[in-house]
Structures are given as C-alpha cells and as structure tokens.
Ligand binder design. Structure first.
Ligand code: DCP
Ligand code: CA
Ligand code: CA
Length: 369
C-alpha cells in the first residue's frame, strides 16, 4: 500500500484555519526579493483548478487567481513536520512493515495483516482514512498493489482522497494505457527519447524489444524500464529505523508558571509519544523536558531511567520531577512545553518499569532560539 497525503502543505494550512476551505490556497517559498518573488510549493485543489501548480512562479499563481479571494501563505515547515509525524505514527500502526518516503508518503506492507486479501486491504485503507480524518482532519490517497511500483502508480491514479486497488490479475490492463511518464525514472529527457522510439504508453514500453531498450538506455535502465512497464518490482518495503528520539512540543495558550496547566499539556504530549513508541515497539531510557520561556530561551532537562520503559506513566512521573526542578531554577513564565524520549531500544519490557531513576544527565543546556 502507498499512502500519499493530498496537497499536503496546503491541507495543513486548511486544518489550522478551517475558514480557508473552499478558497484557493497557495503555499509559497518566498525568496524575499520582491513581495511576490518565489515559487509555489503546493496549492489546494481549488487553486489547481485555476491552473496553479507546484514549482510555478508566485507572480504567475497570483495572476491566475487575481479575482478569486485566494489565500497565499509562506511555508511553515515545522508545523507540517509535526502534522506529518503524527500521521506517520498512525499509518505505522496499520502496517506489518512500514517505510516512510518523504514528508507526506509511506509504503505499508500489509500482506500478513490482510492475509493476502486485496478486499481486506481496501477495508484496512478505508479504516485508516477514517481514523486519520477523525483525528487530524486530513485526507490522503491510497494505492494498493502486489508490489511498491504498482501501489505507487495506483496512488497517483485518483486524487484527492482516492483509493485505487490493482490486483495481480489486473496489473497489465491497469498499466498499459497510462502514459510512460507515470513510471518512476521517466523524466523529460527519457520521455523525448522514448517518443522518438514510438513509445507513448506503458503498454508500448512493455511490449518493446528489451535489447533495443538496452541499446538506447544502457543495461541497467533498459532492463528496469522493461520490468517496470510489465509491473514487475521485487523491492521489499523496508523499515528504515533511524529514529534516535521521539519528541513533541506545543505552545501554551498563554505564558505561565502554573504547574497543573503545564502538566495537562504535557500529559497530552506524553500520550502521543507513548502511542508512537507502541507503534514502533520501542522503549526509552531517557526522558527530557524542553521548555521555551517568555524570553524565547530554550532549555532542557533530562534524566535516565534504571530500566527501559514504554508507558505514558513513566514519562509523566519523570517529566513532573524535571518540570518542578526547572521551575526552581528559573523565574520566567513558560511559553512552550515539550517532551522527548531517547536512548530508544527494541528489547521487550515485561513489566511496567519502576521509575526509580536517576542520574541527571550532564547535557542540561540552555540555548537561544
Ligand atoms: N513540494 C514542494 N515543491 C514541489 C513539490 C512538492 O515544496 N515542487 C512539497 C509541498 C507538498 C509536499 O512537498 O505539499 C508533498 O508533495 P507531493 O508531490 O506529494 O504534492 P502534494 O501533497 O502537495 O499534492 P498531491 O495531492 O498531488 O499529492
Ligand atoms: Ca501528496
Ligand atoms: Ca508525496
């Protein structure tokens, strides 16, 4: 299964400000030279219906949306990253093996979960859509196929909020009529070369003589194009687990030194972190509290547990200690609170570990944001 979030950056902006829904929304990378220099990062589907596209100069997008009450916003990458982290953590819970590719898409191997049934896989995708919609109000498009290559092309077939299932027996009929540029690796240059060979569709490519493809594109690429056009791909979905820590940070409604208010927020963050730990089947041994005070100074305090843990309670007990310690050291109101768990391991924890820490780590540091 390939899940790709619809008009991702722009959809994040709609979630943050629901009044934008229904209006054209354009997220731009502003270069700052003039008020409209830069390029379109992405746009919602309303803006796309007026011809706005990713990569287009902003002045052109402005022109296309001249009388449309359009919303133009600068990219807020941190915000999109937070939304992405939460959605990926949810996606992960639906997969046997999970592989995130880029900020807004991921491959999910669900073969075992659905016992190789494509109908059950489609049901799983619908449940996942419902889950993500009710928690995050975000839609995404799904492609389901016998391998990554077919799943990816299927996901691009119907957008936004699409679901396209291609069973093994349907692969060739699905691929044949599609333009060759839908295949990964067929860019402008390759496309022109293929057109000269009379190849327009994936079907044309599939039935094209392999040796001639090798002559034109070299051995590796020629063989790849031949296999890809025939829907063949044996690359496994592979978990790339480079996570060293899991963290969440959030801005308080107003700056405060009120412990219950901060703890309430921290409890929510701890629950999110705990969910992600469960989904990744990981334990932590270090807990940190990160605080940004009124003067925008970021500070963190960490402690190490005696044994690895995975439960929200261990996170909370530790953070309470760290928070109180921090408030003794600083007199300033707090603007943002965050928590981080690190020293992650995969070993099984049989029982809830006692939170009998602690060696305070020497990395207690202050830094100016
Ligand atoms: N992006 C960008 N510049 C591009 C392409 C993409 O900044 N030229 C960013 C903004 C997108 C995000 O990456 O929101 C994800 O890219 P996608 O290609 O998945 O495009 P979208 O999610 O925006 O749209 P779609 O609904 O077609 O997936
Ligand atoms: Ca997308
Ligand atoms: Ca994408």
């Amino acid at each position: 299964m390939l899940a790709d979030i619809d008009y991702f950056f722009a959809q994040c902006e709609e979630v943050r400000n629901p009044a934008f829904k229904g209006k054209p929304v354009v997220v731009g990378v502003y270069s700052g030279r003039t008020s409209s220099s830069g390029v379109v990062s992405t746009a919602n589907y309303v803006a796309r219906s007026f011809g706005v596209k990713s990569g287009m100069p902003l002045y052109l997008a402005l022109k296309k949306l001249e009388h449309q009450d359009a919303i133009f916003l600068p990219v807020d990458y941190d915000f999109y990253q937070q939304v992405s982290d939460r959605i990926m953590a949810l996606f992960r819970t639906y997969a046997d093996v999970f592989e995130q590719v880029g900020i807004d898409e991921a491959y999910l191997d669900v073969t075992k979960k659905v016992q190789e049934s494509f109908e059950a896989a489609a049901d799983l995708a619908l449940r996942m859509k419902h889950d993500v919609d009710s928690r995050e109000h975000i839609t995404f498009s799904v492609g389901i196929g016998p391998n990554k290559l077919v799943a990816k092309i299927a996901a691009d077939q119907q957008k936004p909020n699409g679901l396209t299932v291609v069973k093994p027996s349907e692969v060739q009929a699905f691929l044949n009529p599609l333009p060759v540029e839908r295949l990964l690796g067929v860019g402008q240059k390759t496309l022109r070369k293929m057109q000269l060979l009379g190849i327009k569709t994936i079907g044309d490519l599939a039935s094209f003589d392999v040796q001639k493809l090798v002559d034109a594109f070299g051995k590796a690429l020629g063989v790849y194009f031949h296999n890809a056009a025939n829907g063949l791909d044996d690359a496994p979905v592979s978990q790339v687990d480079s996570v060293e820590s899991i963290s969440r940070i959030s801005t308080l409604k107003e700056d405060t030194r009120d412990v219950p208010i901060m703890l309430e927020r921290i409890t929510k963050l701890a629950e999110e972190v705990q969910k992600e730990l469960s989904a990744r089947r990981m334990n932590f041994r270090q807990v940190s509290v990160m605080l940004v005070t009124t003067d925008l100074t970021a500070k963190s305090r960490s402690l190490t547990l005696e044994r690895p843990a995975r439960d929200a309670e261990s996170i909370l007990t530790s953070t309470r200690v760290l928070l109180e310690k921090f408030l003794q050291d600083s007199a300033l109101p707090v603007r943002r609170v965050g928590i981080k768990v690190s020293r992650l391991t995969r070993e099984e924890v049989s029982q809830k570990s006692l939170t009998s820490f602690m060696q305070e780590s020497p990395d207690t540091r202050n830094s100016k944001l």
